[in-house]
Design a protein around this ligand. Sequence first.
Ligand code: ZN
Length: 63
Amino acid sequence: MMKLNCKDINPQIACTFEATGETAKEVAEKMMEHVKMEHADDLVKMNMSDEQMMAMLEGKAHG
Ligand SMILES: [Zn+2]
């Protein structure tokens, strides 16, 4: 089981969302969906392409 929390991406964020899945890719996809829904403004500020964002999220997913 892999996990990724909003706080793993930004420790300052006041969000307790946690994405879970079998693989880092699944977790990254769930987190991407959440970020687009809930943190669209932050996503714009990060100025990353979807590919860069997915790679970053996959890299931060942990067991
Ligand atoms: Zn969040």
